[in-house]
Design a protein around this ligand. Structure first.
Ligand SMILES: [Fe+2]
Ligand SMILES: [Fe+2]
Length: 247
């Protein structure tokens, strides 16, 4: 079974560790019915659910920083996409708030959850970044569906491929877009979408280190580490540290 950590090695204290995938990852698929079978695995000798460090993942430091999540948790594709986005913004000499929003706009996809990723991402960031940055991350969710030819943003070609020619986003996305357009920070979020669509070059190599200075000035890294500072979103960062915990 794909969700059982084999073999009986030291890394898991000689035990088989069963990973139960989160409901958001399985609901609507045949895998959603697999929970009973996974639980039945516990009848096997030396078998428990995964709790704590999964040896398949690099161990996170005790006090994780934003950079640790980029290097040790986020998937390579999303990481490269965000770094390329931020690099374009930086090379264009855009405001640091724009560079930060580009650098962080898809962190929810990269490490937590894809559906409604702009909102999840904004929540993850809110305690640590300028309000404008979190706002821009949240609103890019809606803005990317709507062209603004006056600033050179067309509906992404990729979305025709992803969702079909006839895709129309739900009503709440339309409403969010209309409200965002009238907001004083509209261009910050619009620039996220503008620097977004051109940032899928698989050959590009941009490193997080290139943004350490900007991050240092614009991200309030908690001394206790992300996940352990008692902020209202600390649990969301902990979920990315231990994404396979049964509970
Ligand atoms: Fe996005
Ligand atoms: Fe993106």
């Amino acid at each position: 079974m794909a969700w059982v950590r084999e073999p009986l090695d030291d890394a898991v204290r000689g035990r088989r560790r069963v990973i139960a995938p989160p409901s958001t990852a399985t609901i609507g698929t045949p895998a959603h019915g697999a929970k009973a079978a996974l639980k039945a695995e516990l009848d096997q000798p030396n078998t428990v659910f995964m709790m704590g460090d999964n040896p398949a993942l690099p161990k996170m430091p005790e006090r994780p920083t934003l950079g640790d999540f980029f290097r040790l948790r986020f998937d390579a594709f999303s990481t490269s996409h965000m770094l390329q986005s931020a690099k374009i913004a930086k090379d264009r000499g855009l405001d640091e708030n724009v560079v930060m929003a580009c650098l962080l706009h898809d962190i929810a996809v990269a490490g937590l959850i894809s559906s409604d990723h702009g909102y999840w991402g904004a929540q993850l960031l809110a305690p640590y970044v300028d309000e404008e940055v979190a706002w821009a991350v949240e609103k890019h969710e809606a803005l990317r569906y709507f062209a603004d030819e006056s600033v050179g943003y067309s509906y992404p070609e990729a979305y025709i491929r992803y969702f079909g020619e006839d895709y129309d986003p739900p009503e709440y996305i339309h409403r969010e877009h209309e409200a965002a357009r009238k907001h004083r920070w509209y261009m910050t979020s619009r620039l996220v979408t503008i620097n977004d669509v051109y940032s899928f070059d698989p050959a590009a190599e941009v490193r997080f280190e290139e943004f350490e200075d900007i991050v240092g000035r614009n991200f309030r890294q908690p001394a206790e580490g992300l996940g352990f500072d008692g902020s209202p979103v600390a649990h969301m960062w902990r979920t990315m540290i231990w994404p396979n915990n049964f509970l």
